[in-house]
Design a protein around this ligand. Structure first.
Ligand SMILES: Nc1ncnc2c1ncn2[C@@H]1O[C@H](COP(=O)(O)OP(=O)(O)OP(=O)(O)O)[C@@H](O)[C@H]1O
Ligand SMILES: [Mg+2]
Length: 215
């Protein structure tokens, strides 16, 4: 199994949304999943507690004063045969670094504005620092275009702007109302509207992420 950490300097770029929906897609692939909520805002836990969907069974809250035990918790969950996702807070380099130190893959979601691209620098350098400290090719690092308005020039150009930053780019997640509607029901997009375009996007992303971690 593997540990996947989602990092970002900026708030609101879709980290928790990506963690929750990837958790659902991986479970749908037959994998056992644990999603660690390491953000003191605990938005992933709040989402999970809204409903009786799969998130209510796989999200584990990391209490604020237990941020240091994040690595141990992630390793223990992995050892139990789970694919582990870690949701991290924005602007918390210590937690982000702990997550990168234990992760096989770091996902860096990025919104469509040029300002979103600038804010990737810090989490990218944290992930590279973790890799240097581990003297390993891990964590692997991938960008994820997030909340993209795919019918706009800015949206269509995001993947190539990210590629120019020298990292591989995974399939994009479009900005779609169904994503927020699912959260309001305490569900993931897969559960809320399994035939939606949005669901297909998360499925494609999950399949690409799975390929990277199982390599
Ligand atoms: N693809 C999407 N389409 C529509 N709305 C989205 C999408 N992704 C995220 N959102 C909405 O944007 C807001 C921020 O998303 P989310 O909480 O996942 O970001 P975050 O990066 O985890 O934020 P924070 O840094 O505060 O933890 C939420 O209201 C969420 O429902
Ligand atoms: Mg979040």
């Amino acid at each position: 199994m593997a540990i996947i950490a989602v990092l970002g300097r900026k708030g609101g770029v879709g980290k928790s949304t990506i963690v929750g929906n990837l958790a659902a897609e991986f479970a749908d692939m037959g994998l056992s999943v644990t999603a660690l909520d390491a953000d003191p805002q605990h938005s992933l836990s709040a989402w999970a507690s809204q409903g009786k969907g799969m998130l209510s069974r796989c999200v584990e809250k990391i209490k604020n004063d237990h941020a240091d035990s994040l690595r141990a918790k992630a390793r223990a969950a992995e050892k139990d045969g789970n694919l582990v996702l870690i949701d991290t807070p924005p602007g918390a380099p210590d937690t982000a670094f702990q997550a990168a130190l234990v992760a096989d893959l770091v996902l860096l979601p990025c919104g469509p504005s040029p300002l979103d691209l600038f804010s990737l620098k810090e989490p990218l350098s944290l992930a590279l620092k973790a890799r240097a400290q581990r003297r390993s090719k891990r964590p692997r690092i991938r960008f994820v275009p997030s909340k993209v308005l795919l019918h706009t020039n800015l949206g269509r150009g995001l993947s190539s702007s990210l590629e120019e930053m020298g990292r591989k780019v995974l399939p994009p997640i479009g900005q779609r109302i169904v994503v927020a509607e699912a959260v309001m029901s305490g569900l993931t997009v897969m559960e809320y509207d399994p035939n939606s375009v949005s669901r297909l996007e998360f499925k494609k992303l999950a399949s690409a992420v799975h390929k990277v971690v199982m390599r």
